[in-house]
Design a protein around this ligand. Sequence first.
Ligand code: ZN
Length: 340
Amino acid sequence: MSSLITDLLHQAGGTAVIDGGLATELERHGADLNDPLWSAKCLFSSPHLIRQVHLDYLENGADIIITASYQATIQGFKTKGFSEEECEALLRKSVEIACEARDVYYQRCAGCSSGEGVDGRILNHRRILVAASVGSYGAYLADGSEYSGNYGNAITVETLKDFHRRRVQTLADSGADLLAFETVPNKIEAQAYAQLLEEEDIKIPAWFSFNSKDGINVVSGDSVLECGSIAESCNKVVAVGINCTPPRFIHDLIVLLKKVTTKPIVIYPNSGETYDADRKEWVQNTGVTDEDYVSYVNKWCELGASLVGGCCRTTPATIKGIYRTLSTSQSSRRPMSKAI
Ligand SMILES: [Zn+2]
């Protein structure tokens, strides 16, 4: 299972690029995400916008695109009146849309001999992975609890496994290359995911990505070392890391993760802006510029990160900056041609 990421990293010269924020880009394209389903609403309201955002990220250098299923849950879709079969079809659709974007991208690469489109688009035929996003239970609650990690005493590992089971099975059989368990806010949910992957004998690999608001612990206060160890001990997990966390905390978190894992480290922070969970919106102008963000990237890679991208409020411009800086620092990687 580990060969998937190993092969990708080999192809990319040691470091691969993940895409950037999906929901914030959908909004920029005019989508209305004011809904408990957030970006998953677009799976039935405007799938063409999701396809466009995936394509934008591919044309800005992403090697891995993450599907619009972060907040897509069977339980959440049912509240909108969908049947069980329709809910599962919507989950599969998130992967189909990403695969369609990849197909369109490959067609565009085939029509371009230089590796670069007229307006600076990167049309470099390379292996691209589709990662099916699995957001946390807190993301389904849509009450900001994926940023507190506080699920209350009634929630157990068993509850969380039951909550995620059918969705994980469906996404694993959808044609995705891997599962991205994202914004994991606490230890209990990491345990649930690890057990679920084993119990259901999930056939595609996964990464676990935690979030932190202090550079020491995950957002619940559970230790990053403990959370990373859970990921390390699960054979189905092929990478472990941090997402949706301000860039300033990433350095220390990589150092901590390196103490407990030998697996590739995945890093896709947010822009550093503050999220107001009560108002359900990002507070403007509290983050870092694209230039500052990209300036961190080489340091993260020196420390051991090997998959780097962006989460909320990062854009195709951020991802292109990451692609460019990694291309410059590793002259052997990705020649600007479609030779692969
Ligand atoms: Zn995020």
